[in-house]
Design a protein around this ligand. Structure first.
Ligand SMILES: *Cc1c(COP(=O)(O)O)cnc(C)c1O
Length: 374
């Protein structure tokens, strides 16, 4: 089965990991800070803390924003469930706001309408790698006295008005799952503009442990001493995986260029296939495309999905509206809340897109679609 996404691993990556395995540090060693410094090279210098995966990154980001019971988080339903569930798990109430009809990104006006005095965070998702409307959402967040969070699991390497994703929101989260723009097998990151927020993020992801003498309640106990002033979790990303991430990051520019090329080719060769709607791009963004999110019109998405799968083409649907999941339905969320997101879901189909996809493989996908729809 031709997958919809997959990792690109070279001998360089394998050698880097092998060297790491032979080193003194499998985890909590120097490769962690080195990978974090390399990542900051992609966020305009905004610090990034590595964590175990993208879901963990969201958990950490909401904890660092001090989201808890009584707070509200405004977010999009057109995302992976973790964007919402990691706020729910901390006791917050998730408020879903609808998406823009064309990009499927959180609509700033819908977000503004969803804000209340309890709104603590507004969380957008750079769907498919296309940046959200950062400037507009920043205004909404500032007016609400809330933090802006970007779930950039799809979008490391993307830019918005010349500025990189990771430098734009108060908190940005990344995922390094194999299908994403770069991989550490499992892995993620949290970028934060405010050093205090970053400090809370690092502490929460490292069991809540504090070692800085100025922050200890009893600073004179001895060199071994640490304290846990608030609970945390262990979401460390080990050195072995940070080494893989550093090696991958050197090729992120190449991955982006190849994804751009493949997206342009899909756009060109699918333009005259009937019954499709192709992805859009605002003129002021430069996406590192994670997904090629096509829309199949006339109620034929399921048929096209089944037929492509039967031909060994591993298309995917991204995403089931988050509040359709029983855990949200059981809390009282109802279908129909965000009609644009639901319409998008009913038509969406993600075609294979990854750096090592060949033109021949891509042509096979295009021809199969043409056969089904013409
Ligand atoms: C992949 C993804 C996540 C979760 O990342 P994991 O590393 O798989 O935990 C969160 N949000 C979005 C939008 C994603 O695509």
């Amino acid at each position: 089965m031709l997958p919809y996404g997959r990792q690109t691993i070279t001998d360089e990556d394998v050698d880097a990991v092998a060297a790491s395995l032979r080193s003194d540090w499998l985890t909590t060693g120097p490769e962690v800070a080195a990978f974090e410094a390399d990542l900051a090279g992609w966020t305009d210098g905004v610090p990034v803390a590595t964590v175990s995966n993208g879901t963990a990154a969201l958990h950490v980001a909401y904890a660092a924003a001090q989201v808890g019971p009584g707070d509200e988080v405004v977010t999009t339903p057109m995302t992976f469930v973790a964007t919402a569930s990691m706020a729910s798990i901390l006791g917050a109430t998730v408020v879903f706001a609808d998406v823009e009809e064309d990009t499927a990104n959180l609509d700033p006006e819908a977000a503004r309408a969803a804000v209340t005095s309890r709104t603590k965070v507004i969380a957008g998702v750079d769907y498919a790698g296309h940046p959200i409307e950062y400037d507009e959402l920043r205004k909404v967040a500032d007016d609400a006295g809330a933090l802006l969070l970007a779930d950039a699991a799809h979008a490391i390497g993307s830019t918005y008005r010349g500025r990189p994703v990771g430098s734009l929101a108060d908190l940005t989260t990344f995922s390094f799952f194999p299908t994403k723009n770069l991989t550490t097998a499992e892995g993620g990151g949290v970028a934060a503009l405010d050093p205090e927020v970053m400090k809370r993020a690092r502490r929460f992801s490292k069991i809540g442990m504090v070692r800085e003498p100025e922050d200890l309640r009893r600073p004179d106990e001895g060199g071994w001493f640490y304290e846990v002033p608030a609970f945390g979790v262990n979401y460390r990303l080990p050195d072995v995986l940070c080494t893989l991430g550093r090696s991958q990051l050197r090729r992120l520019g190449d991955f982006k260029a190849r994804r751009t090329e493949l997206v342009a080719r899909y756009n060109e060769f699918l333009a005259d296939v009937p019954g499709l709607r192709l992805p859009v791009q605002r003129e002021y963004v430069d996406p590192a495309w994670h997904l090629y999110a096509l829309r199949v019109l006339d109620g034929r998405r399921r048929e096209v999905y089944d037929k492509l799968r039967a031909e060994g083409i591993g298309v995917q649907v991204n995403y089931i509206p988050v509040y359709w999941h029983p855990v949200f339905e059981d809390m009282g969320y109802r279908r129909g809340m965000c009609p644009k997101a639901e319409q998008f879901y009913s038509e969406e189909l993600s075609l294979p897109l990854f750096p090592t996809l060949t033109y021949d493989e891509q042509d096979r996908v295009i021809e199969a679609l043409r056969q089904i729809l013409s």
